[in-house]
Write a protein that binds this ligand. Structure first.
Ligand SMILES: Nc1ncnc2c1ncn2[C@@H]1O[C@H](COP(=O)(O)OP(=O)(O)O)[C@@H](O)[C@H]1O
Ligand SMILES: Cc1ncc(COP(=O)(O)O)c(N)n1
Length: 281
C-alpha cells in the first residue's frame, strides 16, 4: 500500500549551485522523509565563490504559489529563507494568515531570517529588515538567526554563552514563540552550541565543531530539518534537537565542490553505496 508523507513548504530563494536555499531545503525534506513544496521568492546566480546577482519573483506570484499548495495539498509545517524585499515579506505574512500557517494557527512556521550569504553578499534589501521583525517574527513558531543576523536584528554582539542568552531575550521581544541563537560563528569555541529559548526554558544544544571550510547551506539545512520534525508532529525542543543532530552529521560529511565553499551534505541519511555516485575529483 502506498503512504502519503507529511508535507513541508519552503518559501525561499533558488541557489543555482544547489547547496543552499530552496535546493538545500528540498534535499533535507527528502532525507527526512517529508514531501517538500516550494514558493520561490528569488532566483540567485550563485556558485561556490559567492552570489553574482539575483532577480526577485513578483510578490503576487509568491502569494499564488503558497495559495496553490496550501489549498490543494495541505501544509504540515512551513519555513522561510531568503525573502529579498519588504514587499515579498508583507505578501508572505498576509498569505500565511489566510491559509492558517503560523504560531497563532495550527501549522508550525519557522523563520530563518536570511540577510546575506556566507560570502557576505546581500540577499535581503536593507529596508526589508524591519519587515522581518514586524511582519514575520510575531507569526513565527521559531526563528533561527545566525550571529550576524542577531547583530543586525537586535544590535547584540554575541561573543559567548552569556551574550547568546541576552540575544535570545532581545529576539523574543519581537514576538516569536521560540528563538534558536545559532553558535556556528563562535569560531574560537571548540564546540558548536546553539541556544533555544521561549523565555521560560533555555536549552543549550551542544555538539562537536567539525574542522571543515565547507558549510554552505548549513543554516538552511538546519531550519529545514527542524521544519521536517515539526511537520511530523514533534514539539519544538524535540524537533530542534533532531535538527541539530541532523546538521551535525551533514557538516561532518560536507564535501568540496567548485573552487570556493562546498555544501553540507544530507546524503548520510541515504544509501552511501550508490554505484557511480562518487565523482572522483
Ligand atoms: N564547523 C561546524 N561543525 C559542526 N556544526 C556546525 C559547524 N558550523 C556550524 N555548525 C552548526 O550548523 C548550524 C548552522 O550554524 P551557523 O553557522 O551558526 O548558521 P548559518 O549557517 O546560518 O550561518 C548550527 O546548528 C551550528 O551549530
Ligand atoms: C538562495 C540562498 N538562500 C540562502 C543562502 C544562505 O546560505 P549560506 O549562508 O550558506 O550562503 C544562500 N546563499 N542562497
Amino acid at each position: 500500500m502506498t503512504t502519503t508523507p507529511r508535507t513541508a513548504l519552503t518559501i525561499a530563494g533558488s541557489d543555482s549551485g544547489g547547496g543552499a536555499g530552496i535546493q538545500a531545503d528540498l534535499r533535507t525534506f527528502f532525507a527526512n522523509g517529508v514531501h517538500g513544496m516550494t514558493a520561490i521568492t528569488a532566483v540567485t546566480v550563485q556558485n561556490s565563490l559567492g552570489v553574482q546577482g539575483f532577480t526577485e519573483i513578483p510578490a503576487e506570484v509568491v502569494t499564488a504559489q503558497i495559495r496553490a499548495v496550501a489549498s490543494d495539498m495541505g501544509v504540515d509545517a512551513a519555513k522561510t529563507g531568503m525573502l529579498a524585499t519588504a514587499e515579498i515579506i508583507q505578501a508572505v505574512a498576509k498569505t500565511l494568515d489566510e491559509v492558517h500557517i503560523g504560531r497563532n494557527a495550527a501549522i508550525p512556521f519557522v523563520v530563518d531570517p536570511v540577510a546575506a550569504s556566507m560570502h557576505g553578499d546581500a540577499l535581503l534589501r536593507e529596508e526589508a529588515l524591519e519587515a522581518i521583525r514586524t511582519e514575520l517574527f510575531p507569526r513565527a513558531t521559531l526563528v533561527t538567526p545566525n550571529l550576524d543576523e542577531v547583530r543586525l536584528l537586535t544590535g547584540v554582539e554575541v561573543t559567548g554563552r552569556e551574550s547568546q542568552r541576552e540575544a535570545a531575550g532581545a529576539l523574543l521581544e519581537f514576538g516569536a514563540q521560540w528563538v534558536l541563537v545559532k553558535g556556528g560563528h563562535l569560531y574560537e569555541d571548540p564546540e558548536c552550541t546553539d541556544l533555544l529559548s521561549d523565555g521560560v526554558q533555555c536549552i543549550e544544544l551542544t555538539g562537536p565543531r567539525h574542522d571543515t571550510p565547507h558549510t554552505h547551506g548549513g543554516g538552511d539545512t538546519l531550519a529545514s530539518a527542524i521544519t521536517s520534525g515539526l511537520a511530523k508532529g514533534l514539539g519544538v525542543p524535540d524537533a530542534v534537537e533532531a535538527g541539530k543532530r541532523f546538521i551535525e552529521r551533514s557538516v561532518a560529511e560536507a564535501y568540496p565542490l567548485g573552487a570556493g565553499v562546498g555544501p553540507v551534505s544530507p546524503f548520510w541519511r541515504l544509501a552511501h553505496d550508490q554505484p557511480g555516485a562518487a565523482a572522483g575529483r
